[in-house]
Design a protein around this ligand. Structure first.
Ligand code: CP
Ligand code: NVA
Length: 335
């Protein structure tokens, strides 16, 4: 099976989806779809043959860590996991020094952590591609998987409407706003007034969306906001690093739970709508700490419904991260 892709991300970092053109972002989704079909056909390639990837993780991860490790190994490379306390970054060693050391040894670096400034510093000094695997502000590789999952279910992106209900100023809300605008999808951010996204980002994404025939809307009333949505999306109410705000956040976001009533308020029939969540999710699963609180951002009936595509979405993290690394490090035609 042959693969073709635009080599336009060759040796480039991805710190937010604003770092690539609209066409480049969509080509990553196309490449990920092709890589998924190729893997399903039993092919493990050599597109990252002998490539060495550093994974710096200041925060926990199941999907992003495993997606990257498996993607690298699938294509003949290897990944080194560096947890917060394993290396000197943030302690005895500065971001530029760490970047210059790792850049002498590795072919690429994936970073998950708190500050966007750290991932920017790594990219500025490493001289190898740096990918943002989540910061407080952005989660671009997640949105590539989200777009891929939407494409798989609807056969298109342009003209669809995604309604995000929850914490309107977290990394997912910010990155979805950018990704939808670039894909020509209408994005509705339904959130309390206390959790509005930055006005500058809204303005910037509105301009991008308008150029693609789409809109960015901020709403506060969940039932009104989700009307006509093809994709219902939510995320945790308390992101990593914000645990001290848990009580306030739960009180603020309680009316914003995605449940069967909210699905009905979309006005869509089953088959015309999907539910997405980047995961992990508090959905009343008795094996998690939600025993303490019950379901939070999504009810179990929605999470487990046939229109919930959250595990396809989780799998697609691997295909999209693979596409990103291949587009940055592999030679076109090497497949
Ligand atoms: N969605 C996501 O990034 O999951 P992890 O925190 O498990 O990596
Ligand atoms: N907003 C969440 C996303 C987790 C993938 C967090 O930052 O914890």
């Amino acid at each position: 099976m042959s693969l073709t892709w635009m080599p336009s991300l060759k040796n480039r970092s991805l710190l937010t989806l604003l770092d690539c053109s609209d066409a480049e972002m969509l080509s990553l989704v196309d490449l990920a779809l092709a890589l998924k079909a190729r893997r399903r056909a039993g092919v493990r390639g050599d597109l990252l043959h002998r490539r060495q990837i550093a994974l710096i993780f200041e925060k926990s991860s199941t999907r992003t860590r495993c997606a990257t490790s498996v993607a690298v190994r699938d294509e003949g490379g290897s990944a080194e996991y560096l947890a917060r306390n394993d290396i000197h970054l943030g302690g005895k060693e500065s971001v530029p020094d760490t970047a210059r050391v790792l850049g002498r040894m590795f072919d690429g670096i994936l970073f998950r952590g708190f500050s966007q400034r750290v991932v920017e510093g790594l990219a500025q000094h490493a001289r190898v591609p740096v990918w943002n695997g989540l910061t407080d502000e952005y989660h671009p590789t997640q949105v590539l998987a989200d777009l891929m999952t939407i494409q798989e279910n609807f056969g298109r992106l342009r003209g669809l409407t995604l309604a995000y209900v929850g914490d309107g100023r977290n990394n997912m809300a910010n990155s979805l706003m950018i990704g939808c605008a670039k894909a020509g999808m209408n994005f509705v951010n339904c959130t309390p007034k206390e959790l509005m996204p930055q006005a500058a980002l809204v303005e910037q994404t509105r301009a991008i969306a308008a150029a693609n025939g789409a809109t960015i809307t901020i709403g506060h009333d969940p039932r009104a906001s989700v009307r006509g949505a093809h994709v219902l999306y939510t995320d945790v109410w308390v992101s990593m690093g914000e645990e001290a705000q848990k009580a306030d956040r739960l009180a603020l976001l309680k009316p914003y739970q995605v449940n069967a009533g909210l699905v009905e308020a979309t006005g869509r029939s089953p088959g015309d709508l999907i539910f997405l969540h980047c995961l992990p999710a508090f959905h009343d699963d008795q094996t998690t700490v939600t025993q303490e609180t019950g379901a939070l951002e999504v009810s179990d009936e929605v999470f487990e419904a046939p229109y919930s595509k959250v595990f396809d979405q989780a799998e697609n993290r691997m295909h999209t991260i693979k596409a990103l690394m291949v587009s940055a490090l592999a030679d076109p035609g090497a497949a």
